[in-house]
Design a protein around this ligand. Structure first.
Ligand code: NAD
Ligand code: MG
Length: 388
């Protein structure tokens, strides 16, 4: 049986992992739409390889280059944010949402409004839109398959179980490349040091998020919406080997965990084949070679991001969208050499404090308005050097 697939964010790290699996299972997939932000040549090459029906660059300035690169192929080319949402609205069996940042929210919502099945990697979309997105999922009968490795692990552990039997959900965190650094050393961490993740190979933004632990903060908020067991039943444990991807304890004190190689092709495959299984090209897990699995409590003094995320969940309303927007601005500023590493969390905290009168968003447009205004607030902090 052939299934149709749209991949939002085809040129990124999750995009490449998804296409690697599709490439190995070519006869079972038909590619409808592939999208990228600005890498027109790379996108066109993928569209040609996979015989996509349409390729979309969200940066409209790159559309002429995309058209040139697709000339004679018969593949439709489109550009701009509206075209991105139109591509997400085209009927398919599966949408993989792999755009980075809140920029992926509107196309994800389009796929949800179509009532589709969505493998969601784009955590910032769910963090920003939270209730609005989950209500849309329920209203339109969409299926959200969590692709983030932790949430995919939890989803697998919960299969066949009732949420009402859950005593605790524990997200594991690798702790990132700077896990053992002192606060003084963290203040001087460079972008190259922050993106050098010991276990996972990922895009730049999520790599910095892993180093600050904001990735776990975003995942905390993500889990809060995907698995509504309440904040007091959600925990985080640092597990540097990244072998256990998360776990669920039930009220009988039985704990189920999902283990696997630190490779996103495992959770992506779990979504693509759901509710069945498919082959991946990965080596079997060799626990005897790994030898030791260790666990530590998170240190919220050196890494305040998970505290900020918890506070944002408790504050509710616009707080998670503000936290996410400020973090996106701060990470970009850090990667551009404009602020130090420990200023990222400081900028998020300060932006949250200065935006505490933002209204509770009830629609997609209201979420996007909160996102834009929090970005402006964070940029003001940057421009006035309030935090440097
Ligand atoms: P990446 O930076 O490697 O790729 C991002 C993709 O989004 C690219 O195709 C890019 O062209 C596109 N894009 C970027 N900005 C855009 C914009 N403004 N509008 C439209 N498209 C845009 O990122 P990634 O590491 O693949 O991560 C993608 C998402 O998956 C993120 O939300 C990340 O948190 C999540 N995620 C990634 C991993 C991982 O291992 N890489 C693991 C779990 C979750
Ligand atoms: Mg994750």
């Amino acid at each position: 049986m052939t299934r149709s697939l749209t991949l939002l964010g085809a040129t990124g790290s999750i995009g490449a992992s998804t296409l690697d699996l599709v490439r190995r299972d070519r006869e079972h997939w038909r590619i409808e739409a592939l999208t990228a932000h600005s890498s027109a040549a790379e996108l066109a090459a993928l569209a040609r390889e996979f015989g996509a029906k349409i390729a979309v660059v969200s940066d409209e300035a790159c559309l002429p280059a995309l058209r040139d690169a697709l000339a004679g192929s018969g593949i439709e080319a489109a550009g701009g944010r509206k075209a991105l949402c139109e591509a997400a609205l085209r009927p398919v069996d599966m949408t993989v949402a792999a755009i980075v940042g809140c920029a992926g929210l509107a196309p994800v919502m389009a796929a949800i409004e179509r009532g589709g099945t969505i493998a969601l990697a784009n955590k910032e979309a769910l963090v920003s839109a939270g209730e609005v997105m989950m209500q849309a999922v329920a209203k339109h009968g969409a299926t959200l398959l969590p692709t983030d490795s932790e949430h995919n692990a939890i989803f697998q552990c919960l299969s066949g179980n009732r949420l009402s039997d859950v005593a605790k959900i524990t997200l594991t965190a690798s702790g990132g490349p700077l896990r053992t650094w002192s606060t003084e050393r963290l203040a001087a961490a460079t972008p190259a040091e922050a993106v050098a993740h010991p276990n996972w190979s990922m895009g730049a933004k999520i790599s910095v998020d892993s180093a600050t632990m904001m990735n776990k903060g975003l995942e905390y908020i993500e889990a809060f919406h995907l698995f509504p067991v309440g904040l007091d039943r959600l925990g985080i444990v640092v597990h540097p080997q990244s072998v256990i991807h998360s776990m669920v304890e039930f009220r009988d004190r039985s704990t189920l965990a999902q283990l696997g190689p630190s490779d996103m092709r495992v959770p992506i495959a779990s979504c693509l084949a759901w509710p069945h299984r498919m082959e991946t090209p990965l080596a079997p897990l060799d626990l005897a070679a790994i030898g030791e699995l260790t666990f530590f409590p998170p240190d919220e003094t050196r890494f305040p991001a998970t505290r900020l995320a918890r506070e944002a969940i408790l504050a509710g309303g616009s707080a998670p969208a503000i936290l996410n927007a400020a973090n996106e601005v701060a990470v970009a500023a850090f990667l551009a050499g404009q602020i130090g590493f420990t200023r990222i969390a400081a900028m998020v905290e300060e932006t949250l404090q200065r935006s505490n009168d933002a209204p509770r968003p009830a629609t997609l447009d209201e979420v996007l308005a909160v996102d834009q205004s929090a970005r402006r607030q964070a940029l003001t902090l940057l421009e006035t050097n309030a935090l440097v």
